[in-house]
Design a protein around this ligand. Structure first.
Ligand SMILES: [Fe+2]
Length: 281
């Protein structure tokens, strides 16, 4: 296995491994360590099926499904993996979308930050990619936190944020409506990564809608300040997709966004998630 860093802000290209086979134990340990160190792993040149991607997620911490716990799934066979795969695609069949997040730009976010127990990681496998655009951009949120002024750090250290996402709206949610049926959860603005122990800024323009306990105008102004730290070239890096890339990103220390791409060009990524643990300040 070869590890090549992508940028000073993080990310690493991994070559020399084959995810269509069971990974040797020492390779798995090496991958887990690299994941925590670099935040994003881009494993090139893979030819893998759903089951291979499930096995990879299990090795990296546990495959998240919408259904049953791990021990019941094995006993029940393939059907037990229902809900584990989500297609990120603009493709349609008979006019019906095959997946979601079809076309266009997507703002920075952590996948699943609106859940009580957010996913530890997102795993995407490139099945169809566009000729230009569609890059996934990553922001290192350890670095975002480190770059805050001491005043700002102490101001936000004990504050909580409302994280909410409406799949139907695909943008910031209007908080004047009844939100009880929209996915949301309150998490600290600053979290301590459960594996590395490092502090990371835990806000994003797509999903963090309000700072709890502040008047709306103060909340909006504070969030705008914090979002600006994410748009800093020094903490950002990106991945240009090729078919056969498997990219794994840490949803505690990294936010991601998508650049626009030509409408009409097919794009399909197979997404699976790694289960997380509770996060806190
Ligand atoms: Fe995402």
């Amino acid at each position: 296995m070869e590890i090549t860093p992508i940028s000073p802000a993080g990310g690493a290209i991994i070559t020399g491994i084959d995810l269509s086979r069971t990974l040797p134990a020492d390779t798995a340990v090496g991958l887990k360590n690299a994941f925590l160190e670099y935040g994003v792993l881009a494993i090139r040149g893979q030819d893998i099926k759903d089951q291979d991607q499930f096995r990879f997620c299990e090795v990296m911490g546990g495959l998240a499904t919408r259904g049953k716990p791990l021990d019941q799934r094995e006993a029940d066979g393939d059907a037990a993996y229902d809900g584990a795969v989500h297609l990120v695609t603009n493709l349609t069949e008979d006019g019906i979308p095959l997946g979601s997040f079809g076309d266009g730009e997507v703002w920075f976010h952590h996948d699943g930050s609106f859940k009580e127990i957010p996913y530890a990681a997102t795993v995407l496998y490139g099945m169809a990619v566009t000729s230009v655009g569609g890059e996934t951009v990553f922001a290192n949120m350890y670095m975002a936190y480190d770059r805050l002024s001491d005043d700002l750090k102490s101001r936000i250290n004990d504050l909580m944020g409302l994280n909410i996402y409406d799949y139907a709206a695909r943008g910031r949610v209007d908080l004047d409506q009844d939100i009880s049926d929209i996915n949301h959860w309150v998490h600290p603005l600053v979290i301590r990564h459960p594996d590395t122990g490092r502090k990371a800024l835990y806000v994003s323009p797509l999903i963090t809608a309000r700072v709890e306990g502040l008047p709306q105008d103060e909340s909006d102004a504070l969030l705008e300040d914090l979002f600006a730290y994410q748009n800093d070239d020094e903490i950002i890096f990106e991945h240009k997709w090729e078919v056969g890339d498997l990219v794994m990103m840490d949803n505690r220390s990294i936010t991601h966004a998508r650049k626009d791409f030509p409408a009409g060009e097919p794009r399909m990524l197979r997404r699976t998630m790694v289960e997380g643990v509770a996060i806190g300040a």
